[in-house]
Structure formats: structure tokens, C-alpha cells
Design a protein around this ligand. Structure first.
Ligand code: MOS
Length: 753
């Protein structure tokens, strides 16, 4: 029975109360532990297809008559188009259409950041299009850019209003403390760098638009496009069968897409628009830089009495204010908390969501300052975290649907005990140490999401749903879930995704929510088909339905009989068994969050400031694990990306002009396999008994959250030096070492730091 309920929807910490159509979701969860298919290491079903180059990504789409678009972008951080001549470009060889300022929504002559698109060309080849761009005769009027975040906050230039939060009595908490630590931290601007840049192919068919596009949200994009173009939603079809990553940068529409749609309309041809790596690293979105001042205070027994923070986020010209204060508000059971967050609006490219936005930056400062506090109190850092364990949501008292962070801490102990041994391996040059940091983040997903299952006379199951696989292996996980429920071997399940015209609504691949949002719908659809098989089998074999189950491709009766599934499906001829399923509601009155801890082992060359990470142990609680192999690869990917963010990646902007200096990958340094340490992954595979028919939470984001702080704490453990800014360059390590040396020479008064 379908019901309309009020349900809380959450994406990356943004909660929304919505009316949600749900269907009864009465399935009991599977027992904990591995099943026949679920909970077993499963290589990606499309792995070979991808490795052989056979998977069709957006960049592989070549349609007959397809034109190529190129965009004219502002070379200045702030400038106005005083005059532009389109005629010469329009008349150039191979050019089919030119769009100028003001002709497409969001594309005008007022550039507020470098890379802002003001015009576009569609031509026979990409070469023709780029040649034509050079014929666009533009006169720019340069304007003074606003580039400093603190100055912007002072002037009230904000993307969204300053966000303030307080609970308890912060001042009293400080007064009651035996130790107070205050510190300042910064984080840098980062580029997402998905392997596949933003790209699309737009084709009009009559008054309908087909869009092949690299996106994290097929349905969100369909709706955004329909609105922007003034079309009914079902006149827009969005297709994304394979995707080369997004990390949050591909959640929504971009101007390049609207320009391609317009050029396709004007020319009556399909138009391809693909951002180059240089364009991607300017306007593809970014993790915003932050400046943070944080305070942590505790009694001598380790009880936190106050946590406070002021966070300034350099958001660029747009985006949204991410929850940088989230970890401070949620991670520990501290009664007195006060946070202030500013979102500076600057003449720099807008931020975009990036793998646990806000929490990555906020965890960096919180978990570093907590270790300083532990040192001042003479309490073991792991002990301090346990002492302040939050047993319910510290913001509103709601119970957690599940929380196994204490189990993560317990599993961390044997690793943590090795720190003395690690330290003892130090010599004059290389100092060794170990550090830790906790993780909290969202990842519960929510309704609605739907799936269909089609079982044919060949006994094969097709799962159909219009979701996308961002690259995390969602397709494989969905096949496992359907196979488990239908009692089929994995090779008899096909998963068809990636086309809004070919399956029902599916939610965003963001906020670590794909599996917890989509998985339950797939299981529910498979269960619907399984129920029908059992009804038919009961009639055919004259058994009671309650005795029958599906297992290993057979229909099995509790009283002894067993028949291959084909004895039922084989009778169907052209008939099909059709199952449908929906994602049920989230548990009412509860908080669904993910938890974990990471420990890092480092060696620091105190002469040069070089840091080598030798080992990272990652212990996370994300509910039931569907594919342990895929989950481990998410953890490894998150940690490797975090290593880049910790040591080498930084978007650098010219402080005078606001022009991005790191447009290419020789200037913007991603980690390589040579940077990857030993990674130990341990997942507390405990189903969340309140969350859906699966008990699974998401894992895309959690592993990137605590890594930088764990490494900084390890550097501190090894050397006594407090690094405070990301990336941790050798200069930063040497600065911190000098500062630590200074502290040893002239100890400051107790109580301060
Ligand atoms: Mo969001 S950073 O796409 O999960």
C-alpha cells in the first residue's frame, strides 16, 4: 500500500522535511553476516568492460552530425564585457553557431570570477571551435576583484548569512575548565579532479532534449534542465551509463550544459561540450579554503566543558556554506558549544560539494586541538575520546539509529598500543610517531528511490532503475542485493541503470547516500518478484507458500523438495514476472550517522621537514557491508585522496589578480601510487537495525574525513611540532619544528598555549 508521509531528507547534513510517497517496506533485514552473495568480496561486474575501454562514457558518445562547442571564458577575476563582436567568429570555417552574452540564462557580460563563460561557439571540430574563439573580438573592462575572505566578511560580502549555533553556557564551560587550548588552523582550496571532466552531448529530437552527461544526479539534472529551458520534465531525457567520478562537483547543472543545449537547438545538430583539464581546474568546482579559530576546554578528569570555533570559508562567487562546525557540534558529548561560520563571497570560482564538505575541514581543526588538549591534561588521546563519547545526538538529544564508534575504538587499541614501539624506532634524522582522529559524517540516505525487477522465462533477472554509478561500484552492489533476495547466482542478474527514460526515479549519488537510498528499493523490488515466483511455485508443486524459499537458483521447500527456478520461469514463454520496489522511510526520531577512527604512522625528517606516511589504519562503522571488496576500495580511495589533500594538493590563486595559477597537473600535484602507504581497513560490519530493509549506510565519504588530522597528530607525536595549515608542506613542518623548539626554551604559563 502506498502512503504519503512527512519524512526527513538529508543530503550532506542539509535536512529537509518533505512529503514522501512510500510503499510498505515490511521486509525483515537479513541476518547479520555474509549471505550467499551479499557480504562477499565481489569484483566489479563492469570491471573488465572498463579496463578494456569498452564501457561507454559520455566522452565516448559520437552522434551523427555532432558538433563541438568551445566556451569563451573571462581571463580576469572581475571584468565586464565592454564590447564584443561575434561576426568574424560566426563566419569562420566550420562554425555553425555563436552564442553571445545575454543569450542564455546565467551567461552574461559580467564576469565575477576567472573562467566565467560569456560566449560559446559550435563548430565542425573542436579545433574549428577553438580557432573561432580567438576571432571573438572582446574588449574587457577590468574591475577590482575582492579576494580576501576576512575582508569580504568585514564588508558583508557573503554567499549566505553567517550561521551561529550555541548550546549550554560556553563562557561558564571555559570558566570551569582546568585546561583551555586555543589554536588557529587553515585549509587550502582543492580541486576535485575527477578522471572524467565535466562533459555532455545535447541532442534535440523535436521538442524533446536528450542529454548524455557525466552527472551524479540524473533526475536532479533532468528537473533543473527542464526548469531552465521551460520544458515539461518528461521532455528532458538524461543518460549517464558510466561515469568517471565526480566527488560532489557533478551534483547539478552547469552553464556549459545550457550553452550546449542552446547551440544544439540553433544548429539542429547534436552538440558536444567537454571541459578541458584546465577549465575543470578553474571552474569545475572546488573545496573551499578555510580559516579557523578553535577552542577546546576540559576539566582535569578529561570531561570536555567547552568547544568553540569561528570558521571563515572562502566560498568564491557562489555555492553554499558547508557544515564546517558539524564535527564540533556532533562528535563529542560536550554541553557547552558555540560556533560561528562565515561564507565569504569572493571574485573566485564558486565552491562545490566535495567528499564530506565542511566535515573534512572541521575535523582537521577539532581533532588536532583535541590532541593538544590531551597533551596538556596528560590524558591519552584515545582515552580522551572515549571519555567524551556521545551516546545521542548532542544537538537535539535524538538517539542514533546505530553507533558502533566504541567498537571502532576497541579495535583501534592493539594498533594504538604499538605507538611506543614506533616511536622507539626514531633516530637522529627520522622521528617516528603515531596519531589518531575520529570521524563522524552523514550517509543514511533517504526516500524516495524506486527499482523494477523483470524475471524472464530464461530465469535471469533484470534490475531496472534510473540511477547512476559515480564510479563506486553501485551497479555491482545492486546486483548483489537482487541476487541475494532472488536466490540467484550473481551471473544471472543484469543491472540496467543510467537513463531517465528507461527506469524509475533514483536519488543522488552524493552524501554517501547511493547505497542506503537505492539498495533498499532494489531489495524490495526483488522481494516482490520472489514473492510472485513462490506463489506460482506453491500452485504448481502443491506446497504451502510459507514453506518455500529461493536459494542457489532453486525453489526450495522446507519439507524437502527442491526444483530449479526454470521449472517455473520456463513456463512463462513470453510472460514476465515484474517486481517493483521503493525505498522506505528513515527511522522516525533518530539520527543516522556514520562513525570511525583512523590511525596514522609517520616518519618525519627533522632536517628537511619531509614526512613519510608509513601506515594508515582505518576502522569505520557504516552498518552492513554489501561488498567488502568494493568497500575496501572506497576506504583506500578516500585515504589516498586525503593524502593528496594533506601534503601536495593546493589551488593557488594570484593574490593580486585572483587568477588561478595551478591549472595543470604539473602545478596541482595529485598523489600517485608512490605516495600510498600500507592501508589497513577494518569495517564494523554490523547492520543498523533501524535503517531500512538492509541496515547499510554509505561509505563514499567517511574515509576521507579524519586522515589529515590523524597525520598531523602523528607528526606531533613524533616531533612535538604542531602543524596547523594544510597542505602540510616541508616549510610548514620546519616552521612547526622551530616553534616547538622555541616553546621548549621558553615555556609559556600553564593554562594558555
Ligand atoms: Mo557530495 S561531496 O557529492 O557527496
Amino acid at each position: 500500500m502506498a502512503r504519503l508521509i512527512r519524512s526527513e531528507k538529508e543530503v550532506e547534513g542539509r535536512y529537509e522535511e518533505v512529503w514522501t510517497l512510500v510503499e510498505e517496506d515490511a521486509l525483515d533485514q537479513w541476518p547479520a553476516g555474509p549471505g550467499d552473495v551479499v557480504g562477499r568480496d565481489t569484483p566489479r561486474l563492469d570491471g573488465y568492460e572498463k579496463a578494456r575501454g569498452e564501457a561507454r562514457y559520455t566522452g565516448d558518445i559520437r552522434l551523427p552530425g555532432m558538433l563541438h562547442a568551445a566556451l569563451l571564458r573571462s581571463p580576469f577575476a572581475r571584468a565586464r564585457v565592454a564590447r564584443i563582436e561575434l561576426a568574424a567568429a560566426a563566419a569562420a570555417p566550420g562554425v555553425h553557431a555563436v552564442v553571445g552574452p545575454g543569450e542564455v540564462r546565467g551567461v552574461d557580460g559580467e564576469a565575477s570570477f576567472e573562467g566565467y563563460a560569456v560566449a560559446a561557439v559550435a563548430a565542425q571540430t573542436a579545433g574549428h571551435a577553438h580557432a573561432a574563439l580567438r576571432l571573438l573580438d572582446v574588449e574587457w573592462e577590468e574591475l577590482e576583484p575582492l579576494l580576501d575572505a576576512d575582508e569580504a566578511v568585514g564588508r558583508g560580502s557573503l554567499v549566505s548569512p553567517t550561521r551561529e549555533y550555541a548550546r549550554g553556557d560556553y563562557e561558564r564551560g571555559l570558566a570551569e575548565a582546568d585546561a583551555v587550548v586555543e589554536a588557529a588552523y587553515t585549509t587550502q582550496t582543492l580541486n576535485h579532479n575527477p578522471l572524467e571532466t565535466h562533459q555532455c552531448v545535447c541532442e534535440w529530437r523535436g521538442d524533446s532534449l536528450d542529454v548524455h552527461v557525466s552527472t551524479q544526479y540524473i533526475w536532479g539534472l533532468r528537473n533543473e534542465l527542464a526548469e531552465a529551458l521551460g520544458l515539461p520534465q518528461d521532455k528532458v531525457r538524461v543518460i549517464c551509463e558510466f561515469m568517471g567520478g565526480g566527488f560532489g562537483a557533478k551534483n547539478g547543472i552547469g552553464n556549459y550544459l545550457l550553452l550546449a543545449a542552446e547551440l544544439a537547438k540553433r544548429t539542429g545538430r547534436p552538440v558536444r561540450c567537454a571541459l578541458s583539464r584546465r577549465e575543470e581546474n578553474v571552474v569545475g568546482g572546488n573545496r573551499n579554503a578555510t580559516r579557523q579559530r578553535v577552542t577546546a576546554a576540559a576539566r582535569a578528569d578529561g570531561t570536555l566543558t567547552a568547544l568553540g570555533g569561528e570558521f571563515t570559508c572562502a566560498l568564491g562567487w557562489g555555492g553554499w556554506l558547508p557544515p564546517t562546525s558539524g564535527p564540533m557540534q556532533l562528535l563529542y558529548a560536550c554541553e557547552n558549544v558555540k560556533t560561528v561560520e562565515h561564507g565569504a563571497k569572493l571574485n573566485l570560482p564558486p565552491m562545490a560539494a566535495f567528499r564530506a564538505p565542511g566535515f573534512v575541514e572541521g575535523t582537521w581543526s577539532l581533532e588536532c586541538v583535541l590532541d593538544k588538549l590531551a597533551a596538556q591534561l596528560g590524558i591519552d588521546p584515545l582515552e580522551l575520546r572515549k571519555l567524551n563519547y556521545a551516546h545521542a545526538d548532542a544537538m537535539d538529544g535524538r538517539p542514533f539509529s546505530s553507533k558502533n564508534l566504541m567498537e571502532c575504538y576497541r579495535r583501534a587499541e592493539p594498533h594504538w598500543e604499538r605507538r611506543h614501539e614506533v616511536r622507539a624506532r626514531s633516530d637522529e634524522v627520522w622521528k617516528r610517531g603515531m596519531g589518531m582522529a575520529s570521524q563522524i559524517w552523514y550517509g543514511g540516505g533517504g526516500p524516495p528511490s524506486y527499482a523494477w525487477v523483470r524475471l524472464g522465462s530464461d530465469g535471469r533477472a533484470n534490475v531496472v532503475t534510473a540511477m547512476q554509478d559515480i564510479g563506486t561500484g553501485t551497479r555491482t552492489a545492486m546486483a548483489q542485493i537482487a541476487a541475494e533476495e532472488l536466490g540467484l547466482p550473481l551471473d544471472r542478474v543484469e543491472v540496467q541503470i543510467g537513463d531517465s527514460a528507461r527506469g524509475p526515479f533514483a536519488s543522488i549519488s552524493g552524501g554517501s547516500s547511493t547505497l542506503p537510498s537505492m539498495g533498499p528499493a532494489v531489495r524490495s523490488a526483488a522481494a516482490d518478484a520472489a514473492r510472485q515466483v513462490i506463489e506460482l511455485a506453491a500452485q504448481r508443486f502443491e506446497r504451502e507458500e510459507r514453506l518455500l524459499t529461493l536459494k542457489g537458483g532453486n525453489i526450495v521447500s522446507a519439507d524437502g523438495g527442491s526444483w530449479p527456478l526454470s521449472e517455473i520461469t520456463g513456463l512463462l514463454a513470453d510472460g514476465q514476472i515484474l517486481g517493483k520496489g521503493a525505498r522506505g522511510p528513515n527511522p522516525a526520531g533518530m539520527r543516522v550517522l556514520t562513525f570511525g577512527i583512523q590511525l596514522a604512522e609517520v616518519a618525519v625528517d627533522v632536517g628537511t621537514g619531509e614526512v613519510r606516511v608509513e601506515k594508515v589504519v582505518a576502522i569505520h562503522d557504516v552498518g552492513r557491508v554489501i561488498n567488502p571488496l568494493g568497500a575496501r576500495s572506497q576506504v583506500e580511495g578516500g585515504i589516498i585522496q586525503a593524502l593528496g589533500h594533506t601534503f601536495s594538493e593546493a589551488r593557488l590563486d594570484d593574490p593580486a589578480t585572483g587568477v588561478v595559477l595551478t591549472k595543470t597537473l604539473d602545478a596541482y600535484k595529485l598523489p600517485t601510487i608512490a605516495d600510498v602507504p600500507e592501508i589497513v581497513c577494518d569495517l564494523v560490519d554490523e547492520p543498523d537495525e533501524h535503517l531500512t530493509n538492509l541496515g547499510s549506510k554509505g561509505l563514499g565519504e567517511p574515509p576521507i574525513v579524519p586522515t589529515a588530522a590523524a597525520i598531523a597528530n602523528a607528526i606531533r607525536d613524533a616531533t612535538g611540532a604542531d602543524v596547523t595549515s594544510l597542505p602540510i608542506t616541508r616549510e610548514e613542518v620546519l616552521r612547526a619544528l622551530r616553534e616547538a623548539e622555541q616553546r621548549r626554551k621558553e615555556p609559556v604559563a600553564a593554562g594558555a598555549s
